[in-house]
Write a protein that binds this ligand. Sequence first.
Ligand code: AMP
Ligand code: ZN
Ligand code: FE
Ligand code: FE
Length: 299
Amino acid sequence: MIDLHVHTTASDGTLSPTALVGLAAQKGVTALAITDHDTLEGVEEGIAAGAVKGVEVIAGVEMSARWKRGIFHILGYFIRTDCPALVAALERLKRAREERTHKILANLRDLEVHVSPEEVNAQASGGVTGRPHIARVLALKRYVSTMQEAFDRYLRSGRPAYVEKKKLEPVEILNLISEAGGLPVIAHPHTLVEDGLTALEVIIQDLLPHGLQGLEVYYPKHTPEQTERFLEYARRYDLVVTGGTDFHGANKPEVELGVIPGRAPISPVLVEKLKERHARLAGPGPAAATTDQPRGALP
Ligand code: AMP
Ligand code: ZN
Ligand code: FE
Ligand code: FE
């Protein structure tokens, strides 16, 4: 069993990378990609824990792309976490998230709902902040009885405290992930098909020349028909097939690590295919030779 889409306390999951890897080992998950929103801060700890527990941990990220209608997330796999361009972009996104949190809290204040940035940061345990952390504080302070109610009354799009998140253009995200040596993959494509399936196919066609490499076909919310259709797109456009649960710990209690309801466990073969694609893109050739050079060896 594997899981190529999980969140830790570095973003809005509730398990630390170490705890997550422990859970994976316990459940028989042999490979895990840590794909936090807009941050790589959970990756190093996860890889170290994976080495101890015998779980293969893949360095990943999940970034939010601008799109006219709703949610467009892009995953990156086998990211070099020291890539300066990506690190700088993620740093800017982190600052933008902090500013957004302040705006949401100001909106809540106008509604006589009082939450401090410190209370939100305490929930984020040092990671990047997001609406789930605010929702949790609202529930803890009894302004609402569940996190879901916090979204429905205040935080979701169209509700009074909502503030849009800073997003990058899809092509910008593909370039950043590719520059960091990673493989860009469209996350949970069901969010791109509201309009019938054509929207997704157009997006794929637009992004292929910009280095799109894969499609997250297996995902808890995908219907059997959607899964079949996404598999077909992957074949048609030579995209690598991935799968993951979007595990968030207690912030998404209905999701179980490694489990796509109604389907067989996600096959480790997908990781092998992902690695093959990664190796094929990295070399052999002049590009691979360049990256093998020790830093500072060039004049
Ligand atoms: P953010 O990155 O701050 O916009 O928060 C996004 C996260 O909030 C998602 O990953 C979901 O876990 C959660 N979320 C977003 N919209 C809703 C909603 N309508 N109801 C419950 N949770 C939501
Ligand atoms: Zn999340
Ligand atoms: Fe997502
Ligand atoms: Fe996610």
